[in-house]
Design a protein around this ligand. Structure first.
Ligand SMILES: Cc1cc2nc3c(=O)[nH]c(=O)nc-3n(C[C@H](O)[C@H](O)[C@H](O)COP(=O)(O)OP(=O)(O)OC[C@H]3O[C@@H](n4cnc5c(N)ncnc54)[C@H](O)[C@@H]3O)c2cc1C
Length: 432
């Protein structure tokens, strides 16, 4: 177990006082038990962001995570509001040099069906933005979050996994795999799709799956992408190329499980040619870099975002198909909201894990998650559908977006900065 506060004051076993908005709060550690106001469980991008946002605002926070990130070759297209939040917590400056701007989004109908939609282009400049967002490799983002987390005196890093979660009226105790324990008023469950925090809080999930798998590759290519992300909509799912720095892009290829298996079994040179063919050679010659991901498509959403002193964030709260780059953007909004509510509660001298705080969190996050899930579900099903009227409606929808400027601009604004979810960090404002 690691804890900066306990290292700096080993004899007393207590860390330095942290000024928390008018109140002094102590972080304490004795005989393998650590206590903090908030314990974040899970060191993926969502958990790290929450821990950095909380501790950066002076909230005594423990982060329970044996490792951060793990082996992840994925990239994340971060919308401009997510970038504003990462800048506000002092993370973006460390990783922005690794990110590529997304200035244009193109949707191309590649279904070959009778009802084909027109090509639609969304330009960030049309809504006064330099870019809709930035695409970054997850490992760069996680490294920047890790680096920032090590500069925050209010953050205690516990390098062990959580083995148990016990909840009582006053707080939560996280039992550690190495035998120690952490107690706190509030647990932020950022422990991914198999969340033990979610089970301990008694929160059920609503789950369904799609007959599709998402393959991820990072590609080198011979032609420039010109900061354009292109989404080819095929009858098996979207094939999406997202710019990285230089002559590189990330690819998310959503297809049938059988086709995914076939593509993965191909000789690399033959697979490169197959991917280039699907990309209509818009990026010239393609070479996939070593490493890939394969993710069966599913939805797994918590029925509540919080209960019983546990607030869920990131994939512990919602797993949605990787279509439209929504997943981690939602996860960062979760982190921003719970951090803001915790800071407010402490400022008022209230209990950060109270029913009121958790109720507010649930209300603020549920609609955002539900509407994004519904939109992705609708888009995906409209692609998979063989029913001609559904294909027609999809075509009409895209035609209207192409033709009607105000509608297109409203959709673009809502996409990057949803009206229903504008916590302070997402507006680029500090929490204190
Ligand atoms: C193909 C694909 C492409 C995607 N592209 C985008 C995109 O462009 N934009 C976007 O916004 N989103 C995207 N997403 C979604 C995004 O990748 C996820 O939302 C994000 O990675 C989830 O982060 P997380 O921190 O919630 O979960 P995870 O990354 O799963 O982290 C959970 C962490 O908790 C740890 N953990 C688990 N159990 C315990 C325990 N008991 N104790 C301690 N730690 C524990 C795990 O080890 C892990 O480190 C994509 C997803 C996929 C599949």
């Amino acid at each position: 177990m690691e804890g900066r506060a306990s290292e700096s004051d080993a004899t007393a076993g207590r860390g330095p006082p942290v000024r928390g908005h008018g109140v002094h709060i102590m972080m304490s550690s004795d005989s393998g038990r650590l206590s903090a106001e908030v314990v974040v469980v899970g060191g993926g991008p969502a958990g790290l962001t929450a821990a950095v946002a909380l501790a950066g605002a002076g909230v005594p926070t423990a982060l329970v995570a044996a490792q951060s990130g793990g082996r992840d070759n994925r990239t994340t297209a971060l919308f401009s509001s997510s970038v504003a939040a990462l800048a506000a917590i002092g993370v973006w400056e460390t990783c922005c040099a690794d990110a590529a701007p997304l200035k244009t989004l193109r949707i191309v109908d590649d279904t070959g069906r009778l009802w084909r939609a027109p090509e639609v282009r969304f330009e960030a400049a049309e809504i006064g933005l330099e870019a809709f967002g930035w695409n970054i490799e997850n490992r760069s983002l996680v490294a920047a979050l890790e680096a920032r987390s090590q500069t925050l005196p209010a953050l205690q890093r516990v390098k062990a996994d959580a083995a148990s979660v016990d909840i009582d009226d006053d707080g939560v105790t996280i039992g550690l795999a190495d035998g120690g324990a952490v107690t706190a008023r509030l647990a932020v469950g950022a422990d991914g799709r198999r969340s033990i925090c979610r089970s301990a809080a008694g929160i059920d999930t609503q789950t369904w799956s799609y007959p599709q798998t998402a393959l991820t590759f990072n590609l080198k290519h011979s032609r420039p992408h010109n900061d354009i992300s292109t989404e080819f909509h095929s009858a098996e799912g979207p094939f999406t190329l997202v710019p990285l720095r230089g002559l590189r892009s990330s690819l998310v290829c959503v297809t049938t499980p059988e086709e995914a298996k076939r593509l993965l079994e191909l000789d690399p040179a033959v697979r490169n040619a197959a991917l280039e063919e699907r990309s209509h050679s818009i990026l010239g010659r393609i070479e996939a870099e070593p490493g890939h991901g394969a993710f069966p498509l599913a939805v797994e959403n918590a029925r509540r975002m919080a209960a019983n002193r546990v607030a869920l964030i990131g994939e512990a709260a919602h797993v949605i198909p990787p279509i439209g780059a929504q997943g981690l953007n939602l996860g960062l909004r979760d982190a921003a909201v719970i951090a803001e509510l915790a800071v407010e509660a402490l400022r008022e001298g209230a209990d950060v894990g109270s029913r009121e705080v958790l109720g507010r969190y649930d209300r603020q996050r549920r609609i955002d998650v539900a509407t994004r899930t519904a939109a992705i579900d609708l888009l995906n099903r409209s692609l998979l559908s063989d029913f001609l009227p559904v294909q027609g409606l999809r075509g009409v929808g895209l035609y209207l977006l192409e033709q009607v400027g105000p509608l297109r601009r409203a959709l673009m604004r809502e996409g990057v900065d949803p009206l229903a979810a504008r916590p302070r960090l997402m507006r680029g404002e500090a929490l204190v």
